[in-house]
Design a protein around this ligand. Structure first.
Ligand SMILES: Nc1nc2c(ncn2[C@@H]2O[C@H](COP(=O)(O)OP(=O)(O)OP(=O)(O)O)[C@@H](O)[C@H]2O)c(=O)[nH]1
Length: 383
């Protein structure tokens, strides 16, 4: 019996809990060191080569998990500069270490000071410079390279951020509208990591939608998975709120909040996390409209939802925001039956296009203004 038990245990290839490990990694800590500068040669005035530096380059299609797997000891060291010698008076520079990181990574030092924000492909940043080579200024003794620990913090970049409390139907909607294949179940917290889906249009344009799960009341104060997912909202251009028309109750210990109270609660969470998020354009989806009684409920709640300011006094104190959201569109849907999902698809595209046009206009105005100023300063005086 013991032998059989041992055999069964051995035959389990991976540890029993392996599949529970979340495969999404959005922070990584690395130690980086620039190369030491080479020594100079005082007799001939020879200069040692500078140590190589460590730099990061943003590349698409990478993940922090892959990076962590390729870098088991989490240490990156650039090579030292060459010493000056009779045959090589000027020592060779040390070889730089180039590390490719995913686009959207922010790099912080140990004091949590932001060193760089690599939010575009091919953006670069030096995280540890090489030491200077030995020369007259330092008695021909090469200097050590910079040495620090850096934290890589990945914030997803998507056009649309899907925000809602658990069980609202976010994954169902993402599956209906995009190519994503999220897990769907009738209990909260089914989605345990952000999912990104791409919506494709007939003119070959595509937009990305990120399902940001785990948001609960108190997430702003880091309850639940709090900041871990809220931070991803910052990099989206449009917020897509989703609520269950019948409301939501986190657990029997928590109060049941109706749809309107949930909207206020989402509003408040975002406001407390970062008030500037409220300035982002947003669209509201009222989900599960296929259920019985949903239409009646919608007719009852619609006046308050379209004018959130008016219902504020009836909103429970603990979820009352000080500034309310202004939705560009309010769309009742049934994600499960794909009802009005195509309409949402169209509206998202239209809203994003309008935003892009507004930005372009603002940029053109700015360039015009700058050009006018330059003409005023340097141009010939026209009388
Ligand atoms: N009747 C009805 N049920 C829906 C609809 N959309 C989603 N559901 C159901 O609601 C439950 C939760 O759906 P999910 O898509 O997993 O919800 P979620 O917001 O992703 O949940 P988390 O993973 O907890 O964040 C599932 O049982 C779905 O089948 C809808 O339009 N109508």
């Amino acid at each position: 019996m013991v032998q059989l038990f041992k055999y069964l245990l051995k035959s389990t290839k991976s540890p029993a809990r392996a599949h529970f490990r979340p495969s999404f990694l959005d922070t990584l800590r690395l130690t980086v060191r620039g190369g030491h500068g080479g020594n100079g040669l005082p007799k001939y005035g020879g200069v040692g080569g500078q140590g190589g530096c460590v730099y990061f380059v943003a590349k698409e299609g990478l993940t922090l998990r892959k990076l962590a797997q390729n870098m088991k000891d989490k240490r990156v060291v650039a090579s030292n500069g060459e010493d000056s010698s009779k045959v090589s008076i000027f020592g060779q520079r040390g070889v730089d270490q180039r590390i490719e990181v995913p686009v959207g990574v922010q790099i912080y030092d140990e004091q949590q000071k932001l060193l760089a924000d690599l939010n575009e492909p091919d953006a670069k940043c030096i995280v540890a410079g090489g030491g200077t080579g030995g020369c007259t200024g330092n008695n021909f003794i090469g200097r050590p390279g910079a040495h620090r620990t850096v934290n890589l913090d990945l914030k997803l970049i998507a056009d649309v951020g899907l925000v809602g409390f658990p069980n609202a139907g976010k994954s169902t909607f993402l599956k209906a509208i995009s190519n994503a294949k999220p897990k769907i179940a009738a209990y909260p917290f089914t989605t345990i990591r952000p999912q990104i889906g791409t919506i494709e249009y007939s003119d070959l344009r595509s937009i990305t939608v990120a399902d940001l799960p785990g948001l609960i009341e108190g997430a702003h104060a880091n309850f639940g998975m709090g900041h871990k997912f809220l931070k991803h909202i910052e990099r989206t251009r449009l917020l897509l709120f989703m609520v269950d028309i019948f409301g939501f109750q986190l657990s029997p210990q928590h109060p049941h909040r109706d749809c309107l109270a949930n909207i206020y609660a989402l509003n408040k969470e975002l406001e407390l996390y970062d008030p500037t998020l409220l300035e982002k354009p947003c669209v509201l989806l009222l989900n599960k409209m296929d259920k019985e009684g949903a239409q009646d409920l919608l007719s009852k709640l619609k006046p308050s939802i379209t004018n959130l300011e008016s219902g504020l006094e009836h909103c429970p104190e603990e979820v009352r925001p000080s500034r309310v959201l202004k939705f560009e569109h309010i769309l009742p849907i049934s994600a499960k039956n794909s009802v009005r999902v195509t309409h949402v698809k169209k509206q998202l595209r239209q809203t994003l296009d309008e935003l892009a046009a507004e930005h372009q206009l603002a940029d053109t105005e700015l360039i015009k203004h700058q050009l006018k100023q330059r003409v005023g300063v340097r141009g010939p005086k026209i009388t």
